[in-house]
Write a protein that binds this ligand. Structure first.
Ligand SMILES: NC(=O)C1=CN([C@@H]2O[C@H](COP(=O)(O)OP(=O)(O)OC[C@H]3O[C@@H](n4cnc5c(N)ncnc54)[C@H](O)[C@@H]3O)[C@@H](O)[C@H]2O)[C@@H](O)CC1
Ligand SMILES: [K+]
Length: 510
């Protein structure tokens, strides 16, 4: 499955395995990589006056020497600027020996407007910030606004984290090999890469499978097989019943947004659980969505026992405090009760913040055997409240942070942002790449929580439910575009859901 992502270390291992297994040798993979990059350069910049290929000392530089040879063979005016020379006997040294363009030292690098830069300085092997000649080369390219085609990764960007420690190339196009890396999707890496091209260099799916990757790009193939489509004889309660907790009389809108989203994502029934003093305002705004008074944990338990909801949303507009903690722990404790177990709880916003002083109480409840699946949906600030030490660890990427948090909490963690990461306690994680700035609008997160609960209620496993919801929410937002407000989102889901339902049917039929 090509939604797998490989860390730089995993990619090195994939290279090693592929070479050990044959039939391709290291130099063949390098020639394929160089050929893929040259094809991109020729296709995108057919009238470039000159191509400057910057070659580092490792295999990334090796790819660069192949590019220079192929472009020269295609009658392109090519200059090669080298930082150090490849180790004797390496694939890169062989590629350099086959390159007819005599390299000049990177320290003398000069370029002219109208030319193109191929950045083959460092890729997977980047081990420290760019300095000296490499940093100056970034400045030259930036100053002249030269289009940069990056080999594997823009030099200076970490394939692991997407962070750049110092200077880094900002590429127009990045050509990577076999599988994308986390740094291609995590910010700011995603932006530094420009357009991303994934090239097959002959590392087979079987080789990648041997590594058992646990990180994925969040795209439909990851979860379409679990995407819920109602059976012909569907009954509304068999399509799942979602309960959404409403805040007090002046904070009811968030819960209604969640409720509407849960309903639109296919839950057969949705109930807003409202404090007595907000019943009237909720009643005035609800039609197909049901309303139930609930002021205490006992009220919630009575509702669960009688109405058998399968998933809850708690947090949007609910307020921070003891009542929130009691309700969350009450729902999680249904795993220990004979009279109605709930499948899942989505804890968002105030639901998360309420546990800032006692996160372990929440995590212990989520870890108890048979407990409902807990899905936490923090943005950066909320994440730091629940996991201050993880949030503050500058050695961890956003991916590693979400993964560590999920393991600690025994919960699915949806670490929101323009590069949302979804992580499961079993180590799986997905990075979302279809986010759009239009989604940064009040109430957008409430809608996301509702979609997750809607899928949980329909029996989708929690990791897949969270991944699907994040992708669909982002897709709906980016298709809607400018002017989007949260009220628009539940309806904007429809064309996205329709296409997915059709695709799911094809998967089932096929
Ligand atoms: N056989 C293979 O392993 C293949 C590798 N490929 C290419 O090989 C690359 C990885 O090659 P390498 O592992 O040799 O790593 P790199 O070529 O990315 O860099 C390794 C070298 O650069 C030095 N270095 C790293 N960061 C530096 C910095 N900021 N300043 C100065 N020196 C620095 C390291 O000490 C090391 O000597 C991939 O990105 C890809 O482009 C492709 O050719 C496909 C086949
Ligand atoms: K590079």
């Amino acid at each position: 499955m090509s939604s797998e992502l490989l860390s730089p270390a995993e990619m090195t291992e994939a290279d090693r395995l592929a070479i050990a297994t044959g039939p391709l040798a290291g130099i063949d993979l390098m020639r394929n990589a160089g050929a893929a990059v040259s094809a991109v350069v020729l296709a995108h910049f057919p009238v470039a006056s000159r191509v400057h290929v910057l070659c580092g000392p490792g295999n990334n530089g090796g790819d660069g020497y192949v590019v220079a040879r192929i472009l020269r063979d295609s009658a392109v005016d090519v200059a090669v600027w080298a930082s150090g020379s490849p180790k004797a006997g390496s694939d890169a040294a062989l590629a350099a020996s086959e390159c007819p363009v005599r390299p000049r030292p990177l320290s003398e690098f000069v370029a002219e407007t109208g030319s193109i830069v191929v950045d083959a300085l460092y890729g997977a092997g980047l081990s420290k910030p760019l300095s000296g000649d490499a940093a100056r080369a970034v400045e030259v390219a930036t100053e002249l606004s030269l289009p940069v085609v990056a080999v594997d990764l823009p030099s200076g960007v970490s394939g692991e984290s997407g962070q750049s420690l110092g200077q880094a190339f900002r590429a127009r196009i990045t050509v990577t090999f076999a599988r994308k890396k986390p740094g291609h999707l995590l910010l700011p890496g995603r932006e530094m890469c420009g357009e991303l091209v994934l090239a097959d260099i002959g590392i087979g799916d079987g080789i990648v499978a041997q590594l058992e990757p646990r990180t994925f790009e969040n795209t439909p193939p990851l979860w379409i097989g679990n995407f819920p489509v109602p059976a012909v004889d569907a009954h509304k309660y068999r399509r799942g019943h979602v309960g959404v907790f409403s805040g007090g009389p002046s904070a009811t809108g968030a819960a209604r947004l969640s409720a509407l989203a849960a309903a639109r994502s296919g839950a057969g029934a949705v109930t807003v659980l409202s404090p007595a003093n907000a019943m009237q305002v909720n009643a005035a705004h609800l039609t197909s969505i049901m309303l139930h008074k609930s002021d205490s944990v006992a009220d919630v338990q009575e509702f669960i026992g009688r109405r058998r909801p399968s998933a809850f949303v708690l947090g949007p507009g609910f307020g921070v405090g003891e009542k929130t903690r009691d309700f969350a722990l009450g729902v999680l404790a249904t795993g220990q009760r004979p009279d109605g177990r709930v499948d899942g709880l989505v804890l968002d916003a105030d639901g998360i913040t309420s546990f800032r002083d006692a996160p372990n109480v929440l995590f212990e409840a989520a870890r108890r055997p048979n407990a409902p699946a807990l899905v936490l949906t923090p943005h950066e600030g909320e994440f730091a409240r629940l996991f201050p030490d993880i949030a503050g660890d500058t050695n961890l990427s956003k991916l590693a942070k979400a993964r560590t948090a999920a393991e600690r909490a025994g919960a699915i963690v949806v670490y929101k942002g323009a590069d949302t990461v979804i992580a499961a306690p079993d180590g799986r994680a997905a990075i979302n790449g279809n986010g759009a700035p239009w989604l940064a609008t009040a109430g957008s997160g409430d809608v996301l929580s509702g979609i997750i609960a809607g899928f949980l209620a329909q029996g989708m496993p929690a990791f897949e439910a969270a991944c699907a919801a994040v992708w669909i929410h982002a897709e709906a937002g980016s298709r809607f575009g400018p002017g989007l407000i949260a009220e628009d989102l539940p309806l904007a889901l429809l064309p996205v859901l329709r296409q997915l339902a059709e695709r799911r049917n094809e998967v089932t039929a096929g």
